[in-house]
Design a protein around this ligand. Structure first.
Ligand code: NAP
Ligand code: 12T
Length: 340
């Protein structure tokens, strides 16, 4: 458990990455009670500094005793680093909030979206997992509908931005786009195919069942976060040439009947959601509008009359904020509230 203090020593591991950078900004923006901020990355970043609350903070490399005086560590440096360093950090008394996929399905590790299952934080043993970006925005929306009408099945198709893969992928989309517009040859390093002016039905590795790991994360993590193994989920995850924000088409089947207007009312009351749904005025969520926002935006809410109780909708959230850094900082804020 986190010990109650006025201010905490916080570490960001992977601070120079797309998510880590966002974490540093969000800690400052939300005025998190930071006594001292420590930043970690690989040897490649030695000598770099990042600005936090108007001071320049050096980026360090990880050592066995790095976590000795750290209260909370936000990890975002890849699953391999989390596998090695999260247990070391936890053993030295630090609470780890891990953004990688390494610990999410471990039964000893709470997998938390504060709007949905903050109560699961009570039983942590030093490591807390941040869910996958596509799962986070989906469960924020599913939870209030599940409470109102019990969800039986969800069919989701995602439209995921390149920032989900990290900095190198953002550079690749920009480079390929300028190369194509200048009649130069296109190079592919991060993705197996050209992403500029294209769509790839492939995120993370393929598994033996024909699905990708990203698709199975959405299936398994949703059940764990909602605490209900009976919810059926099937996913198709797709990469689109967008820099920021993941969009998702959701088809939801409920046990009880719920009308589109009732869904709008339930979602409008729920935390972390903006209902943005006026198609007659061309109002629906778009990545370029939702970038930089904290909430999950929901539009195109309509009935699916091809099944008994069906609802369709379109949701968009900023994958680097709610999908990663913001959710991690919100978990830290809950821990601070619960500290004794
Ligand atoms: P990124 O832009 O590629 O950044 C990776 C970060 O990890 C950099 O700071 C890098 O430092 C650091 N790093 C790499 N090797 C390291 C090492 N040996 N020791 C210490 N630090 C090391 O990637 P990203 O998009 O920020 O993603 C980072 C992590 O967040 C991944 O685990 C990813 O799975 C997770 N993530 C989660 C979600 C989510 O769904 N919640 C979304 C996106 C990403 P250098 O700059 O020195 O190389
Ligand atoms: N492959 O945290 O490429 O499990 O967009 C998040 C994002 C893995 C994860 C991506 C990924 C994760 C991506």
């Amino acid at each position: 458990m986190l010990k109650k203090k006025e201010r905490y020593t916080v570490a960001v591991v992977g601070a120079t990455g797309a998510v880590g950078n966002e974490m540093v900004e969000i800690l400052e923006e939300r005025d998190f009670p930071v006594e001292r901020l420590r930043l970690f990355a690989s040897e490649r970043s030695e000598g770099k500094t990042l600005t936090f609350q108007e001071s320049e903070i050096p980026v360090e490399t990880l050592k066995e005793d790095s976590f000795k005086d750290i209260d909370i560590a936000l990890f975002s440096a890849g699953a391999e680093r989390s596998k090695i360093w999260a247990p070391i950090a936890a053993a030295s008394g630090c609470v780890v909030i891990d953004n990688s996929s390494q610990w999410r399905m471990d039964p000893e590790v709470p997998l938390v979206v504060p709007e949905v299952n903050a109560h699961d934080l009570k039983k942590h043993k030093g490591i807390i997992a941040n869910p996958n970006c596509s799962t986070i925005q989906m469960v924020v929306v599913l939870k209030p509908i599940h409470d109102a009408a019990r969800i039986k099945r969800v069919v989701v198709t995602t439209f995921q931005s390149v920032s989900g893969t990290g900095k190198k992928a953002m550079d690749e989309l920009l480079q390929q786009t300028t190369d194509i517009l200048n009649f130069r040859e296109v190079k592919c390093n991060v993705y197996p195919h050209q992403i500029a002016f294209n769509i790839l039905p492939h995120i993370d590795k393929f598994l033996d069942n024909g699905y990708t790991k990203e698709e199975m994360k959405m299936v398994n993590e949703t059940k764990k976060i909602l605490g209900d193994d009976s919810i059926k989920v099937t996913a198709t995850t797709v990469r689109v040439p967008v820099f920021r924000c993941h969009s998702e088409s959701l088809n939801i089947e409920t046990e009880k009947k719920i009308t589109p207007n009732e869904v709008r009312a339930v979602l409008a009351e729920a935390p972390g959601i903006v209902v943005f749904d006026a198609p007659e005025k061309n109002v629906y969520p778009l990545p370029i509008d939702v970038a930089g926002k904290d909430e999950t935006y929901v539009g195109r809410i309509r009935e699916d009359d091809s099944v008994e109780h069906g609802i369709n909708m379109w949701i968009v959230a900023d994958n680097l904020r709610k999908g990663a850094a913001l959710n991690a900082v919100q978990i830290a804020e809950k821990l601070v509230e619960m500290a004794e």
